[in-house]
Design a protein around this ligand. Structure first.
Ligand code: PEP
Ligand code: MG
Length: 558
């Protein structure tokens, strides 16, 4: 990755890991090339010089690591200090010195002594085995020092910089100083790689698996957007500075958001969390979410061979209700089938499960599963605020009525999800039977666009900004307003702050998103007026594709 000329403007893409927008010159780690090692015996007269060279190299390496440990803090400082100690470890130094005394060159001795210890550490296993990478890192540093090559691994830049690498060794990442390495991009690794974990911990905006990263040369300005996964090489300076400033403003606003959900002129919109169990609900309760807008109950049972008993179900549901004792909790009955098969639901073998017996259709074949689940919900709610209960994959008003009767019999509040275009088109008639609707934009997009939501090739079609999907949302929200009943959105669309405002402009009364997205959505909504949301919705309604829809919304909402 080294060259004298700067790279020209281009946009590279990778997997977003840590959100944030930063601009800075690229720095790249020094190469870890092993210098050629002389295997010939060193004449006896020259052995002392080799011994001294080895001593100087190990002392220099240890000192550099100690200096860095002194200016770092927390676990980073501990890792660096431990590595410095390794470079002066008597056992390792002694093994190398013995080899030098018998004719090895300093470099060959460093390699052989390291191999001996690496072998031993690997055999010991566990934490010791994990130190092998650190030991090899020390060896590479000593070898570079002996050959007069620049230090391998992460350089310490003079100005805040963006680090580009294939991947990083643990010692490299632990030593990162977030005030100097302000962004990170790697060509390898995934969202759970070591690099990603450390970047997340240090809060350094990060993108991994970037295609074409090797072509970017050190010194070139790069703009990283850890939220979208985009890396712009040699960006327009003014545009990049604006992007960084805008992000800083959003980050500050998001951190400060404490609810409740409302536009800047006070129009209340519940901003809720999607959860999948009690633990998730407790995490969500630590955010400013105003309750739970979607509890995906099927996710509690994906590993079960047998249907959980009513009591078992009640205990699980109760945990979620208890996490939000004063707030609304919307529980969805089992959405089994298609991408979420449940072993105990006895799914028939189908050529096309997304269009088959899934969601409420399973209950129609086997009433018992739904009845027992509703009994479990009713038992869970005893003595607590009763949750609202909704059915997935409703297609007809008759299904909605059938479900609502069962829910009311148990003293619970019935609603249904709008995920099938037929249900959106007949929302008025469905609302005659239920108290609320919740739009699942993930499936609504899949069925409206006839595009599998799991297909990466069809991602543009299943984009929730598709104007056809938003038109069905508008229709459903209008039906809710006419009936005086709430209509929420709990699909991924509600997690996109800009789109969330458009949904409010279309008439949606609540938004439910992953706990991590709640503050971003609430903060954005709090920065715009209801009239702006409505104007954005009107502008989006005139567009024909997702890109123009986004553009139209941005023009009004910023
Ligand atoms: C949806 O389809 O938008 C939804 C919220 O349900 P799920 O993603 O669980 O299918
Ligand atoms: Mg769905």
């Amino acid at each position: 990755m080294s060259a004298q000329v700067k790279s020209s403007r281009q946009v590279l893409r990778g997997t977003p890991v840590v959100p944030g927008v930063v601009l800075g010159p690229a720095v790249v780690p020094g190469p870890r090339v092993e210098p050629a090692i002389d295997t010939e015996l060193v004449p006896a007269a020259d052995r002392d010089a080799q011994l001294q060279a080895f001593g100087r190299a190990t002392t220099a390496v240890a000192k550099r690591l100690q200096d860095r440990a002194a200016v770092s803090s927390g676990s980073a400082s501990e890792v660096l200090a431990a590595n410095a100690a390794m470079a002066t470890d008597r056992g390792w130094l002694g093994a190398a010195e013995k080899l030098i005394a018998t004719g090895s060159s300093a470099a060959a001795a460093a390699v052989a002594a390291t191999a001996q210890f690496a072998d031993l550490f690997a055999k010991l296993g566990g934490l010791m085995a994990e130190r092998v990478t650190d030991l090899n890192d020390i060896r590479d540093r000593v070898l570079a020092e002996l050959s007069g090559l620049p230090e391998p691994g992460v350089p310490v830049p003079d100005v805040p910089s963006v680090l580009l690498a294939d991947d990083l060794a643990p010692a490299d990442t632990a030593g990162l100083d977030p005030s100097l390495i302000i962004g990170l991009a790697t060509s390898l690794g995934g969202p759970t790689s070591h690099t990603a974990i450390i970047a997340r911990q240090l809060g350094i905006p990060c993108v991994v698996a970037v295609i074409g990263l090797e072509s970017v040369v050190a010194g070139t300005q790069v703009l990283i957007d850890g939220g979208t996964g985009e890396l712009t090489v040699s960006p327009d300076v003014e545009v990049a500075a604006k992007a960084v400033a805008a992000h800083q403003l959003i980050a500050a606003r998001t951190a400060a958001w404490s609810g409740p959900g409302a536009t800047s002129d006070g129009h209340r919109v519940d901003v809720l969390a999607n959860v999948q169990d009690g633990a998730g609900a407790r995490v969500a309760a630590g955010t400013a979410a105003g309750g739970v807008g979607l509890f995906r109950t099927e996710l509690c049972f994906l590993d079960r061979e047998k249907e959980p008993t009513v009591d078992e179900q009640a205990a699980i549901y109760r945990e979620v209700i208890e996490a939000f004792p004063e707030s609304k909790v919307v529980l969805r009955t089992l959405d089994a089938g298609s991408d979420k098969p449940l072993r105990f639901a006895n799914h028939p073998d189908e050529a096309n499960p997304a269009l088959g017996v899934r969601g409420i259709r399973i209950a129609a074949r086997d009433n018992g599963i739904l009845d027992r689940q509703l009994d479990g919900v009713a038992a869970a709610a005893e003595g607590l605020r009763a949750p609202w209960v909704m059915a997935p994959m409703i297609s007809t008003a008759a299904e909605a009525k059938w479900f609502a009767d069962k829910v009311r019999e148990r003293g619970l509040v019935p609603g249904v999800m709008i995920e099938v275009p037929a249900a959106a088109l007949l929302a008025e008639r469905i609302l005659e039977h239920v108290e609320f609707l919740s739009i699942g934009t993930n499936d609504l997009a899949q069925y409206t666009m006839a595009a599998d939501r799991m297909s990466a090739d069809l991602a543009e079609l299943t984009d929730p900004w598709q104007p056809a999907v938003l038109s069905l949302v508008a229709r459903t929200a209008a039906a809710g307003a006419a009936a005086g009943k709430p209509v929420g959105v709990c699909g991924e669309a509600a997690a996109d702050p800009l789109l969330a405002c458009v949904l409010v402009g279309l008439g949606v009364t609540s938004l439910s998103a992953a706990a991590s997205a709640v503050a971003g959505v609430g903060a954005k909504l709090g920065s715009v007026t209801l009239d702006e949301c409505r104007r954005a919705a009107a502008a989006v309604s005139q567009t024909s594709d997702p890109a123009s829809a986004r553009e139209a919304a941005r023009a009004v909402l910023g």
